[in-house]
Design a protein around this ligand. Structure first.
Ligand code: SF4
Length: 468
């Protein structure tokens, strides 16, 4: 419901007899991070095997397809396109044959200097097979004169800038790395003595692996027959993405070493203290508002009620009615429980307001169901800036908070009152200072310099339609 789109999820396993099946299950648990394509690459006796396709993990892979991925080591990827087209040629893992043997790469994040590097490499004669920026890393690795794959990756990663959690599968090893800012998550675990990697720990829970630690910002972890080795390739300046905790990650995951559910509850508790209101019920917008609503209810003493129900089984294709039904798009996903909300003053909790149109439809739907007052509370600050680090956000002008005051947004969504969590409140609840966190979509302070700075609201086109 957020309008910010998930990014990508990566997985890796070294030296396990069930590598392809484990990758499948890992990706299945990471499906929320990308629904456009899914892929797995495995290596067996020096030969690389790859299966990838547009679609959900469960649709892309069946037993037959997994059987075509032999070997004891594999990496996997689920993708939502944040750079490059949504097409099979951009599906990952990206595979490559190089002087140092076959390579496969799975990348979560966005490079901010991809264009410059691409132009330079193309001028030097490099042919690209995709238009995604992830391929850049493999080309840089392939061109490196370093003897070892890890040496080549160190060289490549010191040329690119931006957000990357990457997993590279080679003949003799898997290398996993995070950018020096550690913007996107990547965790290391263990299963039956075999090291495993994933974007979030929920993937470990499904396969029965235990979480060991995060791959650290500026670190490469090498998995091979020699075990697990750590290589520091850059000075760490950790600024992890707070939005992972606000919205993207699964609540049952540990991300950046912290429980996502606990962060969301803390955001909700703080929100209740910053924006109290007299009301009968606290109602979350499911699913992302649920944990913040638990926190709000606990801190305010107002009972929590599941007054909105989400249909979890909305597929990518459904038949729309021929005649227009008001707010049809939202109704497919959410429906109020009239018996619970009718005649009540409710505090409605959501994680963010992007364009404002969805919130407006939800408020309208609740009023139609007989709700007396809707007090909208948002468990993060106003989202005013686009993300350049691998999250697909609408353009800045489409973000309602970039050009409207809180009161204007309240009027647009037609709530009785509106309150956002403050940036200070979010940081306190997250437990990290702002200078050690990326919160750029709220503050405009980007921790990794971007080539094209975001325009100021007053520079944006006049005649903007509110909530368009
Ligand atoms: Fe996360 Fe926002 Fe920073 Fe992007 S800009 S990395 S979504 S906090």
């Amino acid at each position: 419901m957020s309008g910010f789109k998930d990014e990508c999820g990566v997985f890796g396993v070294w030296g396990h007899s069930d590598a392809a099946n484990l990758s499948y299950l890992g990706l299945y648990a990471l499906q929320h991070r990308g629904q456009e394509s899914a892929g797995i690459a495995s290596i067996d006796e020096g030969k690389l095997f790859i299966e990838r396709e547009m679609g959900y993990v469960a649709d892309v892979f069946d037993e037959e397809r997994l059987a075509r991925l032999p070997g004891r080591s594999a990496i996997g990827h689920v993708r939502y396109s944040t750079a490059g087209d949504s097409s099979l040629s951009n599906a990952q893992p990206i595979v490559f044959s190089s002087g140092r043997g076959p390579l496969a790469l799975a990348h979560n994040g966005n490079l901010v200097n991809a264009k410059e590097i691409r132009v330079r490499l193309e001028e030097e004669g490099t042919l690209f097979t995709t238009n995604s920026d992830s391929e850049m890393i493999l080309h840089l690795v392939a061109r490196s004169r370093k003897d070892t794959l890890s040496g080549a990756l160190v060289e490549a990663l010191n040329e690119v800038r931006g957000a990357f959690s990457v997993v590279v599968l080679g003949r003799d090893e898997i290398l996993a790395a995070r950018d020096p800012n550690g913007l996107r998550p990547l965790v290391l675990g263990m299963l039956d003595g075999a090291p495993v990697l994933a974007s979030e720990t929920c993937a470990f829970d499904l396969i029965g692996a235990t979480y060991t630690r995060d791959v650290e910002a500026g670190e490469i972890v090498r998995l091979s027959e020699s075990g697990v080795e750590s290589i520091r390739y850059a000075f760490p300046r950790p600024t992890p993405c707070v939005f992972e905790h606000v919205y993207f990650a699964r609540p049952d995951s540990l991300v950046f070493g912290k429980s996502v559910a606990a962060s969301r509850e803390a955001f909700g508790e703080r929100l209740a203290r910053e924006h109290p209101v007299e009301a009968d019920l606290v109602v979350p917008v499911p699913d992302s508002g649920t944990y913040a609503a638990i926190g709000y209810a606990r801190a305010s003493g107002i009972p929590l009620a599941l007054g909105l129900v989400r249909n979890h089984y909305v597929g990518r294709t459904f038949i729309e009615p021929k005649q227009s039904i008001r707010s049809f798009g939202v109704k497919v996903k959410l429906n109020p429980v009239r018996e619970i909300v009718k005649g009540k003053r409710i505090v409605l909790i959501d994680d963010s307001i992007v364009r404002g149109t969805t919130s407006r439809k939800i408020v309208k739907m609740l009023r139609d169901a007989g709700v007396k007052e809707v007090h909208l509370r948002i468990s993060s600050p106003p989202t005013q800036y686009s993300c350049h680090y691998g999250i697909d956000t609408p353009t800045r002008r489409e973000l309602i908070a970039s050009h409207s005051s809180v009161e204007e947004i309240r009027q647009f969504v037609d709530a009785d009152s509106l309150g956002y969590l403050s940036t200070e409140g979010m940081m306190e609840a997250f437990g990290r200072p702002e200078h050690a966190t990326c919160a750029a979509c709220f503050t405009g302070r980007y921790p990794v310099e971007i080539s094209e700075p975001a325009p100021e609201p007053e520079e944006m086109a006049a005649g903007l339609e509110v909530g368009s």
